[in-house]
Design a binder for this molecule. Structure first.
Ligand SMILES: *[C@@H]1O[C@H](CO)[C@@H](O)[C@H](O)[C@H]1NC(C)=O
Ligand SMILES: *[C@@H]1O[C@H](CO)[C@@H](O)[C@H](O)[C@H]1NC(C)=O
Ligand SMILES: *[C@@H]1O[C@H](CO)[C@@H](O)[C@H](O)[C@H]1NC(C)=O
Ligand SMILES: [Zn+2]
Length: 521
């Protein structure tokens, strides 16, 4: 009797689970589907050859706060936005052949920030929390301790080697991640002179915006951050009630344009669209006073997307025969979405970030361009719970929690999603709202970074050096080595394989055609 009941129960379970797997496609029920798919992947893997040539171009895509759960959830979201169940979708970064894990801690902190980590992956040296372009001998806020402790970035070294260099970001261009490309500062918050401490001013430290314009010459600068560039008595062109932040009277955009030929400054989409790469060598575009808006809230008529900025930058920088270095960051906004406890904002940003990676892949060749995608650190964003195949990324569990209520499969370990008192019940129409903050058990006004490793995805010359579990500062060393930049000028790598720009399969096709021609004579 008991076993009969158990059979009925199991039958019911199977029925229920079949009911829940409605979005499974029929082909996935066959072993042949999975065997063929894996056989194709195996075939691809067997053909992966290390490309031991010099990289002419370097592109570093930085997903600020893009931990692995964020990558997975963004992949599913990308698929779901295209009308699929999502899990089986590939992000562009998923197709990169070489991967490693990156240990992200700062010298003085287990949980890192974007400044110390940017110093590691851009300058090749780990640093303290909150500091940019200096060694860990510089404690945060100590202006005097920056002198003699500066470390130089891949951007600086690429420029020195004659390459064109650029920064594209959806945050302010003076933000920590782009900032480590050009600035040396004891505090990431010193955006304009009015943000410096009195001691720092007295001891001669310069703000980050000033350094953007007066350190290494940067050919393309695109992002937000207008307010740090202009004097306090200057009104913002888009928001006339706000003004610049500078008390020293400098107009840094004017200073940047001075003594440059074919140089342009733009602050809106129409001006940006009108920029012709063919007759522009220097471009600065600052589209918001602080950070650009979240992709979900972007004003399509005023601000270009990350992919559009990336495309324009590559078209300008790639005119240089010696190649280019480009830093692309979206992510400032992935990070800010997570800090706000808004998974939807963070994940839409990540999908947009992947689009920019795809656009760059269309405009460059794997034969001469080393492309690297990574994150500076993770977040306490978690993605799990009982969910059927194809469940919305912003949806709820199918079974109830111990409190007889639903819960979202995306949650945070801490942050503004905390609710005082009893946990409210949840349904997908509530949790799919743009402004919905996923629940968190610990009340914090800003959700925190995570401590676990992040992924490094790489393709192109020398990308096989990304393997294993590495310290984060290893990234800058691989970039420098691959492009034979300081201190690896003697890397002795042969130039990019341009003969190889005829694809082997094309060569076979040509031979086939010739053979066909001769045989038909
Ligand atoms: C920085 O160094 C200068 C010169 O040695 C000194 O006068 C000044 O007091 C120092 N500043 C701080 C905050 O210690
Ligand atoms: C939670 O609510 C209680 C009772 O209203 C209040 O005393 C307490 O300060 C609140 N805690 C937080 C973290 O808001
Ligand atoms: C979701 O919950 C809200 C608030 O309890 C309720 O008003 C709404 O009808 C629910 N929607 C669905 C689809 O159950
Ligand atoms: Zn952050």
């Amino acid at each position: 009797m008991a076993s009969k009941l158990r059979h009925i129960f199991t039958g019911l379970l199977i029925l229920i689970s079949l009911h829940w797997t409605v979005s499974v496609s029929e082909e996935e029920l066959h072993a042949s589907y999975w065997n063929n798919k894996a056989r194709q992947a195996l075939h691809t893997a067997l053909n992966v050859q290390p490309d031991v040539h010099q990289a002419k171009n370097l592109i570093l895509f930085l997903g600020d706060g893009m931990g692995i759960p964020t990558v997975t959830a963004a992949r599913i979201l990308k698929g779901q936005l295209a009308g699929h169940s999502g899990e089986e979708t590939s992000l562009v970064m998923d197709t990169f052949p070489h991967l490693a894990l990156s240990k992200t801690y700062n010298v003085d902190q287990q949980m890192p920030d974007s400044a110390g980590t940017a110093t590691a992956y851009l300058c090749g040296v780990k640093a303290n929390y909150g500091t940019l372009g200096v060694t860990a001998a510089t404690p945060r806020y100590n202006c005097n301790a920056t002198y003699g402790n500066e470390v130089t970035s891949i951007l600086h070294r690429a420029k020195k080697a004659g390459k064109s260099v650029g920064i594209v970001t959806t945050t302010r261009v003076q933000h920590a991640s782009p900032g480590a490309n050009y600035a040396h500062t004891a505090n990431r918050g010193w955006y304009a002179d009015s943000y410096l401490s009195p001691e720092a001013i007295q001891d001669g430290c310069r703000d980050i915006a000033y350094q953007l314009v007066h350190n290494t010459e940067i050919d393309v600068i695109l992002g937000g951050g207008r307010q740090y560039m202009f004097p306090v008595d200057m009104k913002d062109p888009e928001y006339p009630t706000s003004t610049g932040d500078r008390e020293d009277g400098h107009n840094l955009v004017e200073e940047w344009l001075k003594n440059k030929e074919k140089a342009k400054y733009v602050w809106n989409k129409a001006e940006f669209d009108a920029v012709k790469p063919a007759n522009t060598d220097f471009l600065m575009g600052l589209f918001e006073p602080k950070d650009c808006r979240f992709e979900l809230d972007r004003d399509l008529s005023m601000d270009p997307s990350l992919a559009e900025m990336t495309e324009k930058a590559i078209k300008i920088l790639s005119k240089n025969k010696k190649g280019f270095y480009l830093f692309v960051e979206d992510n400032g906004r992935i990070d800010h979405g997570h800090h706000g406890g808004w998974a939807k904002r963070a994940l839409y940003e990540t999908v947009e970030f992947d689009k920019a990676i795809g656009r760059a892949a269309e405009l460059t060749s794997e034969l001469d361009t080393l492309s690297v995608v990574t994150a500076d650190h993770s977040h306490v964003f978690a993605f799990g719970g009982s969910s059927a195949r194809g469940n919305s990324v912003f949806g709820v569990s199918r079974s109830l929690a111990e409190d007889r209520k639903h819960y979202t499969t995306a949650v945070y370990g801490n942050g503004p999603g905390y609710r005082n008192g009893t946990r409210p019940d949840m349904n997908e129409s509530i949790s799919s709202a743009d402004d919905y903050r996923q629940q968190a058990p610990v009340p914090l006004d800003s959700e925190t970074h995570g401590i676990e490793d992040v992924a490094i995805f790489a393709k192109g010359p020398m990308s096989h050096l990304f393997h294993g579990v590495q310290e984060q500062n290893y990234i800058a060393h691989v970039l420098a080595y691959a492009a034979c930049l300081e201190p690896y000028e003697n890397c002795e790598l042969p130039p990019p394989d341009h003969a190889g720009s005829i694809h082997p399969s094309l060569l076979l096709l040509l031979m086939g055609l010739l053979l066909h021609y001769f045989c038909s004579l």
